[in-house]
Ligand binder design. Structure first.
Ligand SMILES: C[S@@+](CC[C@H](N)C(=O)[O-])C[C@H]1O[C@@H](n2cnc3c(N)ncnc32)[C@H](O)[C@@H]1O
Length: 565
């Protein structure tokens, strides 16, 4: 049997958002994952469910036998023809025995590849707000194993290290006392700043800062455990300024330090369209909460500003923390980057109108609102018809760059956009394909429309492309067929019909929340609640069109491209 291949993959410091794109792709496709202690559950969850997950964490004191076991396992799985990911914390070639594993595979002629990862040597100091180099505080950095420190005849050249601006020691917890003593004995000032960072980017993250003279005692006092990284040098002082850096990996520096990756804009849309998350998010948007949380603010302060019940508001703020939109500390609450970028009113990338609109379609403010407002009823729902238009335009801005990336409409001469988000589409498409003349119309603008096909307004023209967007939510099945036929009739013989919509449910790609919210909107708005991909495909066929491609687009939408048969 032809052997498979072993990928020695760096998993970074453990947080799934700090994996490389290549690592994610390999995890998604591999047959076997061999991993050890410093890999988070969410990282393993990326793999397909059928992938075999083998834990081979090393227990202290049994390194050699465990390492032999790992070597043999990698070879055996590859010889079964499997694609194996050997996932290693940080970077595979930095103190991780990755070099030895690669050597073992090379000796046995097993195909292998090494994929770099973000090493904790850099990520742990960074996480604590310590840059390992800085023009004024450090121009050289050495990365050293702390394991060697306690050895009788350590091979470490303390004299040389003492002269390096920044020293990063991995595996340094048990050796910290000796490390500090050796550096001082070899000429480093006892006042040199030092920091120990435990479990950077995990929810047990803890940072201790001290001087070389006091670091061992402080580490013991704080009960720091491995994995932890020690940084020594003037750069540690930078932490004072940089520790407050905002980051959008979810992390809570207080007593319940759980964190998870912050949601992507796509997930935001999902949150906005399903379940209690909708109510909470909509309440926050309607009260412009995110606009008030550019800087730290306590729940009491915010409740006073808004005239709300403090306890109720605090609960909502906690929900927003758990959704990855706010961070919490003793100073109160503050936007994570995702909120400052997508949820405040005046950001160029604001998704606020779309999220408010979707919320308005699926729920009323009543339960969360009544609870938090404690009788205040004056934060009323915004005007739904205005919101709908704003929502569609802003979603078009979000989704159309993806559509444009996948289509080349350069040579089509003229195009017609039918549906919601027409203004934005017109603007984006005219920039993207300047030689194509675009028209747009929306037969469903008025809910009274009886004959949408004639409302498309072809006026005898033929188009190189007709794009139907966002129509399904307001189209009854008997209406959509005629719309398609009319659109197909307006195509040139080699023209393209493009359906871009969010209601093509597919178990594989459409998130459950999107399906639920589609249902919610159908209940509110009418229209057909059971469009499926196969129905759309048969409608296209009935309209004399042949489907060329069909793929998901971020935001829970899909793109279908068809041509006249
Ligand atoms: C065997 S070494 C492997 C290093 C890994 N190859 C890398 O590039 O990060 C393990 C050491 O890395 C450091 N380490 C790993 N993950 C860490 C984390 N999340 N926070 C702080 N230090 C970490 C600790 O010093 C730990 O003892």
């Amino acid at each position: 049997m032809t052997p498979g291949k072993v990928y020695l993959v760096g998993a970074g410091p453990g947080h799934p958002e700090l994996l490389t794109v290549k690592a994610v792709k390999l995890l998604e496709t591999c047959d076997v994952i061999v991993y050890d202690r410093l890999v988070q559950e969410e990282v393993l969850a990326i793999a397909k469910s059928s992938a075999e997950r083998i834990y081979l964490g090393k227990s202290v004191g049994s390194h050699e036998s465990r390492q032999d076991e790992i070597h043999e396992l990698l070879v055996a799985k590859a010889r079964e023809g499997k694609m194996v990911v050997r996932l290693k914390g940080g970077d595979p070639f930095l103190f991780g025995r990755g070099g030895e594993e690669a050597e073992y595979l090379a000796d046995r002629e097993i195909p292998f590849e090494v994929v770099p990862g973000v090493s904790s040597a850099l990520a742990a100091p960074l996480s604590a707000g310590i840059p390992v180099t800085h023009r004024e505080a450090g121009s050289a950095v050495a990365i050293v194993t702390g394991h060697e420190a306690n050895r009788e005849h350590s091979r470490l050249n303390w004299k040389a290290f003492a002269g390096v601006d920044t020293l990063v020691f991995l595996m340094a917890v048990s050796g910290v006392e000796r490390i500090a003593a050796e550096l001082i004995a070899h000429g480093r000032s006892p006042e040199t700043p030092a920091a120990m960072i435990q479990m950077a980017f995990w929810h047990g993250e803890q940072v201790v800062t001290a001087t070389l003279a006091t670091i061992a005692a402080e580490v013991a006092r704080a009960g720091i455990n491995p994995p932890a990284t020690l940084v020594v040098g003037e750069v540690v002082r930078m932490r004072g300024k940089l520790r407050g850096a905002q980051r959008d990996l979810r992390r809570r520096p207080d007593s319940s330090p759980a964190f998870q990756p912050a949601p992507s804009p796509e997930q935001l849309l999902r949150i906005a369209t399903g379940g209690i998350g909708t109510q909470v998010l909509r309440f926050a948007l309607a009260t412009s909460l995110f606009d008030r949380l550019a800087e730290w603010k306590s729940a009491s302060e915010l409740a006073r500003e808004l005239g709300l019940n403090r306890m109720g508001l605090a609960e909502v703020l906690e929900c927003l923390v758990s959704m990855g939109l706010l961070e919490a500390s003793v100073d109160g609450y503050r936007n994570l980057e995702l909120a400052s970028r997508y949820l405040v009113k005046n950001s160029p990338q604001s998704l606020r109108p779309a999220l408010l609109y979707h919320g308005a379609q699926t729920m009323t403010l009543s339960s969360v609102g009544t609870y938090v407002l404690n009788g205040r009823q004056d934060i009323a729902a915004n005007d739904p018809s205005h919101l709908r238009e704003a929502s569609c335009e802003c979603l078009a801005r979000y989704a159309l760059p993806y559509v444009a990336e996948k289509l080349d409409l350069t040579a089509l001469g003229s195009g017609l956009f039918v549906g919601w988000g027409g203004r934005t589409f017109h603007e984006l498409a005219s920039n993207r394909w300047p030689n194509t003349v675009w028209n747009s119309c929306n037969p469903f603008e008025s809910r009274e429309v009886r004959d949408p096909a004639s409302a498309i307004g072809l006026n005898g023209c033929r188009y190189g492309a007709v794009v139907l967007s966002g129509l399904l939510e307001c189209c009854e099945r008997q209406q959509f067929g005629p719309v398609l036929k009319a659109a197909a009739g307006g195509l040139t013989p080699d023209g393209l019909l493009i359906v871009h919509d969010s209601f093509l449910s597919s178990n594989a790609v459409t998130p459950q929340e999107a399906v639920l919210s589609a249902f919610g909107r159908h209940v509110v708005l009418g229209g057909s609640r059971n469009w499926s991909q196969s129905r759309i495909l048969s409608e296209l066929e009935n309209a004399g069109l042949r489907v060329e491609r069909q793929e998901p687009i971020p935001g829970g939408t899909q793109l279908i491209v068809a041509r006249p048969m």
